[in-house]
Unconditional design. Structure first.
Length: 166
């Protein structure tokens, strides 16, 4: 009787612990899917991206592009968009571009193993290293899809973009 009881306890303990560990891992996974408000852009090396003669690692304060006041929305179906949160008639935005208008992104992928975020287009793909991904913060190395087309910043697309989950 004792032997049967010990065997049952060992079986329950073995399978019970495995199931607990698996569910804990599933509950601790952080998703990149969601709404991410851009809150900072910086670099390790001081830059003068606005050509005012002053170099700084704080690129966000030097930048006045349309996408500066925005939210990156990453959906379950791997589509995305950059939603503008600034005021209407911003001269840095396309004509007629108003609050809540958006720029669509290319389809995206997230490689959890290598911690990369990639935007794919017809003839290229841009990959960004994920420096931090938590329930509240996302930091990407590189800034191409946010800053690529703004002549005010000399097309500088490096540094780090920091987002806060909305």
């Amino acid at each position: 009787m004792k032997r049967t009881f010990l065997i049952i306890v060992l079986i329950v303990f073995t399978f019970g612990c495995k199931n607990d560990d698996e569910s804990d891992n599933q509950n601790n996974e952080i998703s990149i899917i969601g709404n991410w408000k851009l809150i900072d852009w910086y670099d390790d090396t001081p830059k003068d991206i606005n050509n005012d003669g002053e170099e700084s690692t704080d690129l966000f304060s030097q930048w006045n592009g349309c996408r500066k006041q925005s939210t990156l929305i990453l959906s379950n179906d791997n589509t995305g968009k950059i939603v503008y949160n600034g005021g209407n008639n911003n001269p840095k935005c396309p004509p007629g571009f108003d609050t809540d208008d958006f720029f669509p992104t290319h389809p995206w992928t997230f490689d959890e193993l290598n911690q990369t975020f990639t935007l794919m287009a017809y003839d290229y793909s841009d990959s960004y290293e994920i420096i931090e991904l938590s329930s509240e913060i996302l930091i990407l190395k590189g800034s191409g899809f946010f800053t690529c087309c703004d002549s005010e910043i000399s097309y500088y697309t490096g540094g780090y973009l920091k987002f806060e989950r909305e």
